[in-house]
Write a protein that binds this ligand. Sequence first.
Ligand code: ADP
Ligand code: ASP
Ligand code: MG
Length: 412
Amino acid sequence: MALIVQKFGGTSVGTVERIQQVAAKVKKFRENGDDIVVVVSAMSGETNRLIDLAKQVSDDQPVPRELDVMVSTGEQVTIALLAMALIKIGVPAVSYTGNQVRILTDSAHNKARILQIDDQKLRADLKAGRVVVVAGFQGVDEHGNITTLGRGGSDTTGVALAAALKADECQIYTDVDGVYTTDPRVVSQAQRLEKITFEEMLEMASLGSKVLQIRSVEFAGKYNVPLRVLHSFQEGPGTLITLDEEESMEQPIISGIAFNRDEAKLTIRGVPDIPGVAFKILGPISAANIEVDMIVQNVSHDNTTDFTFTVHRNDYNNALAVLENTARELGAREVIGDTKIAKVSIVGVGMRSHAGVASRMFEALAKENINIQMISTSEIKVSVVIEEKYLELAVRALHTAFELDAPARQGD
Ligand code: ADP
Ligand code: ASP
Ligand code: MG
């Protein structure tokens, strides 16, 4: 008998029929003798709808605490519906909000971190033979305020519950049948991976693959939670996220390609090239609570230099205002910005033992005449910033160049 935490995403609970299908699936697992804790997201589109409503009354800037009170209702509806559907087919079930379980988080509204989970109630219910249905994405802080964990946060609820309960597996059910070499909605030749390491999955998630929320992967790695991504309504092995890095001849150099359209680029030109200038430029950006991703400083020319960095697109206007102010103070020549950029990254632990991976990437992009604006590398990834309009072409070209394309099926 195993204890399994199963998380179902928004599209998997997007209609009453699908919720009934999920209930039937959970029933099957129960009939195999497994104990099941289910985590569900809001019905697809619901979180966006709620955020939209909040923005309408708040000039686009909803108060974070109240936004959490609002968006957490999406998941509250699904847990109740799923518990009802389970009870209706003869499976004893009970639903809990994050607050009722007591998923304790910090007070960072809209992006809270889980600090502690009280597993008593859940264990008692499981012992009494009930399926426990828990609302994803939400928790409560020490003052009793409702908090949420950031977009895609139900994945993290699932993994955190699995860690707290020492579950045998955490299964993330979604609308694709596993983790692919790249987003299968963008590259039709993408292939499902049997396995991917936590380290690679963390990079893929951080670099834009939204199939798992970054924090869920961090959590799973930290607490060594066996984690699998599967299709909600199709049979199949899915993808196992594992610790081990098998050394084999066939191990691909690149496991996957991630991309991200959420960034924007800012350049300050003609700043005096003196010690402390990077701090003078980025200090005020960080003081404005804006996270910086890539940074490039050019060689100096006539004792001045150019400095470029990227931020989340949502922070672009604020960052621009801060940078223009800095430019005036430093006597810089000008500030320029670009929101139509995209970041494409190749990820793979195989890179560690292979030279020339970056140049192979640059060659593939050059062949398509795609200009690289910025580059950043780490041990297991290379990222480039390019013009947004070339994003899909770049991902496809890299997918082919690194031999990730699925073999053509007959008739293709
Ligand atoms: P859910 O609502 O179930 O949480 P998400 O939309 O958050 O589902 O995540 C699943 C989606 O992630 C897929 O539909 C797919 O388009 C996207 N995706 C991005 N990168 C990948 C990848 N490498 N492998 C699989 N899916 C990916
Ligand atoms: N409902 C939340 C969202 O749409 C959380 C989740 O689905 O994981 O982001
Ligand atoms: Mg998701």
